[in-house]
Design a protein around this ligand. Structure first.
Ligand code: HEM
Length: 236
């Protein structure tokens, strides 16, 4: 990815997310542009502080995401991002061992035990087994059937503040798409730099001022790659 110092890497990521949504079967939307890139890279600590763990219940999610100005509808709509992709056993086996989460469907739990015979198995499971590669509302149908993978997913259907939003998205894909677009645009505008703030990086993984690359910063922090990969939703 190289556009010289014309289009920022932050804008490229926002546009790429928009295109990935559409190419996966989701809605098409216009994303506001004009972001500039930061002068520093996110540290491991900063990254992890800004990511709720999958073991979070709805109360924890709502409290944490309210600090970013997200309301319960935003939280439920954005969690719909789990309509595609994979989760590692370590992200959900706390719901199987030593005792099974009572909110989990029994057949679903039996299947997960085959994928993850022990808690720290290295295997993965799809996040939305009804249509793992399509951005649609079937993630919410999973939740209504107690087949959500993470606690942070399934508890949205248990908590009285969010269950009716889950059921409305499960029965109305158009409504989900409308709300998903609103919340994605909102998320893409968190803490943006504009005007003369920051810089437009010539290369996305290298800052202009001193040619310091992201990889050299991360190498100093053991284990940081996995957090980085999770943040940007790709596997390293
Ligand atoms: C609400 C809070 C969220 C939590 C607690 C959360 C947690 C997680 C976890 C633990 C994983 C799997 C990591 C692994 O085991 O490999 C994951 C994967 C994923 N998440 Fe989230 N996530 C959240 C929000 C989001 C949002 C807002 C989006 C996008 C709109 C999103 C999209 C994805 C996707 C696409 C994957 C699959 C990545 C892959 O296939 O490699 N998540 N999430």
């Amino acid at each position: 990815m190289r556009c010289g110092r014309v289009v920022s890497c932050a804008d490229i990521i926002a546009i790429t997310a928009r295109d990935a949504v559409f190419l996966s079967g989701g809605p098409n939307y216009r994303v506001p542009l004009g972001r500039r890139d930061g002068l520093n890279f996110a540290t491991r600590k900063e990254t992890l502080t800004n990511l709720p763990p999958p073991s979070s219940n709805t109360s924890a999610l709502l409290t944490f995401l309210a600090t970013k100005n997200f309301d319960p509808t935003d939280v439920v709509a954005l969690s719909g991002g789990h309509t595609i992709g994979l989760g590692h056993c370590t992200s959900f086996t706390d719901r199987l061992y030593p005792t099974q989460d009572p909110t989990m469907d029994q057949t679903f739990a039996n299947n997960l035990r085959v994928v993850c015979p022990v808690a720290n198995s290295a295997n993965t499971n799809v996040l939305d087994f009804r249509s793992p590669n399509t951005l649609d509302n079937s993630y919410y149908v999973d939740l209504v059937n107690r087949q959500g993978l993470f606690t942070s997913d399934q508890d949205l259907y248990t908590d009285r503040r969010t269950w009716s939003i889950v059921t409305s998205f499960a029965s109305n894909q158009r409504l989900f798409f409308e709300r998903f677009v609103i919340s994605m645009i909102k998320m893409s505008q968190l803490n943006v730099l504009t005007g003369t703030q920051g810089e437009i990086r010539e290369k996305c993984l290298v800052r202009n001022s001193d040619n310091l690359s992201l990889s050299s910063v991360l190498k100093e922090e053991k284990g940081s790659w996995s957090a980085f990969c999770r943040l940007f939703l790709f596997t390293c």
